[in-house]
Write a protein that binds this ligand. Structure first.
Ligand code: COA
Length: 376
């Protein structure tokens, strides 16, 4: 199909929280919690009524995931064994929400890099795995804070939210319904992570990214043409969070583990790797792109082992750090923002004509591919 309007990525923006937790600090806190729990429940554990908790280990975390540290919005509260969750003073309705605040910071950087004024933007999509509240939409608050005259809405496709947002924005542009769309992904994932769960307490980190998707006719000289996008979803309970407005916390259910992130990590690994690798190869073929000739893969940042296997299947050889850059080591899994951080930090060195792939995957299951080519 021929389109009159060609969508491109004009610029990206990134907000990184100042605070960061190393694996050593995280494990020290987790193991202190384990000691406190086991001491408080010593009699029940001895009677076989309560299971004794096992300590976490820095060596395991790095080997199983590749994560060395993660940024968070509220370090002290996360490491305090009395809370082990992010906490900050509740803000009034007339103050900017925390999620909007970090989204605005990332968005401002994208606008500055593109030399774009807010009044030239038509729409804001807030694409993230968790929204701070059901309504009014976070996107509309971000739109207002930036001074954009247009429309905004929230979309949640878990770890694939940003790529789903990019395709949505690209479709608006192809159809002529918008010329400039901001896809903002504020991911305060520390809120849905169960910091008391040994199997997953090390996985996530906080961040915000923004992608400015525009009609090539108005884009800056240097930009990324979107060659094609493809989305896929397959229902799975292997990554699940039952928190929602139909199960308001009661004193009995407060803090129950299934109202936070829960996963069968091994199954996710085994099922998602082949699904995503095949999807990339099929989509490259459809777009007549030589997958093995892709200059760079900006993959979802959940697990170093998963990325190694996917990149190998796509490129036909073990990918170098240059071919498939990692930000997982210092950011952890930042849900939908991960592949965008990798793109933001590792794309400037590419030359005009170089082709690459932004790819996300995660809960749903969901996966999204965005093939791009450097222009200018
Ligand atoms: N410290 C020490 N040991 C730990 C531990 C911890 N924090 N957590 C688990 N272990 C132990 C387990 O008890 C288990 O021991 P056992 O073999 O004696 O029973 C062993 O380590 C292996 O656990 P497992 O969960 O199978 O580890 P893994 O190697 O599969 O790695 C993940 C776990 C979660 C890092 C990995 O499966 C993964 O990243 N999967 C994909 C996740 C993903 O992408 N999710 C998407 C989220 S959006």
């Amino acid at each position: 199909m021929e389109y009159t309007h060609c969508p491109v990525i004009s610029a990206t923006g990134l907000f990184t929280p100042a605070e960061s937790i190393s694996n050593e600090e995280l494990v020290e806190s987790f193991n202190r919690y384990v000691e406190e729990f086991n001491a408080a429940n010593a009699a029940a554990i001895a009677a076989g009524e309560v299971e004794e908790l096992q300590p976490s280990s820095v060596g395991f975390i790095e080997k199983a995931s590749g994560i060395k540290s993660r940024h968070v919005m509220a370090k002290a509260a996360v490491l305090d064994t009395a809370t082990m969750a992010p906490r900050w003073d509740e803000r009034g309705d007339d103050e900017l929400s925390i999620m909007a605040e970090i989204g605005v910071k990332a968005a401002r950087e994208a606008l500055e890099r593109a030399g774009r004024k807010p009044e030239d933007v038509d729409a804001v999509l807030c694409a993230a795995s968790n929204m701070q509240r059901p309504y009014p939409a976070m996107a509309i608050e971000i739109q207002q804070a930036l001074g954009i005259d247009g429309f905004g809405f929230d979309m949640n496709v878990a770890c694939s939210s940003a790529t789903f947002g990019i395709q949505t924005a690209a479709d608006y542009i192809r159809a002529g319904n918008a010329r400039s769309v901001l896809v903002v992904s504020p991911e305060i994932t520390s809120g849905h992570l169960n910091w008391r769960d040994r199997d997953s307490h090390f996985i996530f980190g906080d961040v915000a990214t923004a992608v400015l998707v525009e009609d090539s006719a108005m884009a800056p000289a240097e930009h990324w043409e979107i060659l094609g996008t493809r989305l896929k979803t397959v229902f799975s309970n292997n990554i699940r969070n039952n928190f929602g407005f139909l199960n308001r916390a009661t004193p009995e259910t407060e803090g129950t583990a299934d109202k936070l992130f829960v996963q069968e990590g091994r199954k996710v690994f085994k099922e998602v790797v082949p699904m995503v690798a095949q999807m990339i190869v099929d989509e490259a073929e459809r777009l007549d792109i030589d997958a093995q000739g892709l200059r760079r893969l900006w993959l979802h940042q959940a697990n170093a082992g998963m990325n190694r296997l996917i990149a190998q299947r796509v490129l036909g050889h073990e990918a170098s750090e240059d071919e498939s850059p990692t930000v997982l080591d210092t950011y952890g899994n930042t849900s939908s923002a991960g592949s965008i951080i990798a793109f933001h930090k590792h794309s400037e060195d590419l030359a005009a004509g170089d082709k690459g792939l932004i790819c996300s995957f995660g809960a749903g299951y969901s996966a999204g591919t965005v093939f791009v080519e450097k222009v200018g």
